[in-house]
Ligand binder design. Structure first.
Ligand code: SAM
Length: 253
């Protein structure tokens, strides 16, 4: 990258606030995933892949908790990767790759990760691609390594309650926007596009993500993900965190 952003921590902060408007318990899921990483590594500094990591929110928290961690952030968004590269400044390897293509693994600096973590991202991909991706992710892990995915995973037996929980969350989110507690998703991107340093990256982004970014909200229950992990070769898989209609599943290689 040519130059670091002047204020990456401010962009990181506003990204976190914008994401928390959707996920008020975002920090809880990150902590649950990092607890699982600590359990797997037994206190040793993990080699961690922050998959579809965006601005590197998970990487920053991993480095705060495990200062000697070797971290890689992978994403394809030029705006978010610019923020990640600027705020992590040499403390992480930045990889620009598209997870919808199996070739993403060839861009990694190494295999044998202790942990691959991802959050609020894989619902952007179609079901058959996620199934294949789980098997590919397994190949990047060392034996005994952990993969965890936190995303929208409603309980299949709670259809009506899930709809009510989502509506309640939507009302609260709108109230946050109205009060100026956070920027909405489109507002955040408009502000990034208006920033002198990020504007060229926003123009690049518009070519990667057309106006409608993910064609559908595909949110199967956690049981679907657990089955897909087992089908992908993970030796054990299950839920490590739940909050309302979201959950985090994990698989061990
Ligand atoms: C809502 S953001 C979440 C980012 C980060 N995990 C976090 O929690 O802040 C979803 C991320 O998935 C990334 N993403 C979506 N599809 C992708 C793909 N095909 N390849 C790489 N990254 C992708 C987006 O660029 C974006 O950074």
């Amino acid at each position: 990258m040519s130059a670091y952003l002047t204020n990456p921590h401010i962009w990181q902060e506003s990204w976190d606030r914008q994401q928390e408007a959707f996920l008020p318990d975002r920090e809880h899921r990150f902590t649950a995933m990092l607890d699982a990483v600590a359990a797997v590594t037994g206190g040793a500094a993990p080699r961690l892949l922050d998959l579809a990591g965006g601005t590197g929110s998970i990487s920053l928290r991993a480095l705060a908790r495990f200062p000697d961690a070797q971290v890689t952030v992978l994403d394809q968004d030029p705006v978010l990767l610019t923020i990640a590269e600027s705020s992590l400044r040499g403390r992480a390897t930045i990889v620009d790759a598209d997870l919808s293509e199996p070739g993403w693994r060839a861009k990694l600096p190494h295999d044998g990760f202790d942990a691959v973590l991802t959050a609020t991202a894989l619902h952007w991909l179609p079901a058959d691609r996620v199934t294949a991706l789980y098997a590919e992710i397994r190949e990047t892990l060392r034996p005994g390594g952990i993969f965890a995915n936190a995303d929208h995973m409603p309980e299949e037996g709670l259809t009506q309650l899930s709809a009510k929980l989502r509506e309640q969350a939507r009302v609260e989110r709108e109230a946050r926007y109205a009060a100026g507690a956070s920027t909405s998703w489109p507002d955040w991107w408009s502000r990034a596009a208006a920033d002198a340093q990020l504007a060229p990256k926003a123009a690049e982004r518009a070519k990667i993500y057309p106006a409608r970014e993910h064609s559908e909200e595909w949110t199967p229950p956690a049981t679907w993900h657990v089955q897909a992990l087992l089908a992908g070769g993970f030796t054990e898989a299950g839920v490590i965190w739940r909050g309302g209609t979201d959950a985090a599943v994990a698989g061990i290689r």
